[in-house]
Design a protein around this ligand. Sequence first.
Ligand code: HEC
Length: 279
Amino acid sequence: MLARLLLLTLLVLACSPAPQQPSPPPSRPSEPSLTLRSGDKVKTFTRSQLLAHPAIKTLSIPDESGYEDQQMSYRAIPMAALMEGLEVSAGSELGYQTLDGFSSGVQAALVMNQDPGRSLAYLAVEPPDQPWPRFEGRTYGAGPFYMIWVNPQLSEIGREEWPFQVTSFTVRPSTEALYPDLVPDRKNQPLYRGYKSFVQNCFPCHTLDGHGSGKLGPDLNVPMNPTEYFQPEVLRKLIRDPHSVRTWAGMKMTGFDEKELPDAELEELIGYLRSRKKR
Ligand code: HEC
């Protein structure tokens, strides 16, 4: 009897958990991840999940954007396969956000296209053991997630439609579908870029030809276009720093410095505004 009790005590002792060790600090930073959103649905993928995606393949393409026409090899997933299970309605756009907080969008129909007679969009995923080069003169490259195109010329894909360091994609109604009158021909890339810049920077507050919901400032074409009544240099100054042109207590427009709106982009934006004048 005593022997059995002793055995039992020994067994209980053997099975009881070892005294708690303090948990070790996390040994590596958390993995980068990508978020996809459509309506209420949200999907998040870590980099290793993306690298294990069934549709991933190796692509060798001339990189027409971040890596300036160099031939590059990427592990990449067709955007259409990546978006599977999320609703992408006709006329929507795929808005994206990048690591530095930049946000813009690309027409969803272009991104979701699977006809090889048109441009094909892929998400390139940077393998941690084979990092991509840095951009010329920069401390960073396009990784970890970069949207790239095969045969970009087939659908007139511009260089700024290759977003790099992407953190999320969101399906949202597109300005192009809502206001087709405002969209210039994609073949005229400087004009098209000016339009994109206008939509991104000015459309939140200004309507154009009565289109849009930004009602904080005046319409920028009706009844007159500011390129008609401001000298070009004054208009540039006003966009850069409205207070440098005129000032009063109730002013609401904030300026755009060279970082937010580089000189070349400002010229394209003004070019787009000017192009609306004849209407
Ligand atoms: C935060 C909202 C906001 C944004 C963004 C904004 N504006 Fe404005 N803008 C205003 C408001 C409000 C006024 C009226 C003056 C004021 O209150 O500053 C104005 C005035 C102007 C005027 C003068 C019009 C006139 O006849 O007096 C021009 C031109 C103009 N904006 C162009 C632009 C352009 C181009 C962009 C994009 C690069 C832009 N604005 C972005 C709010 C905005």
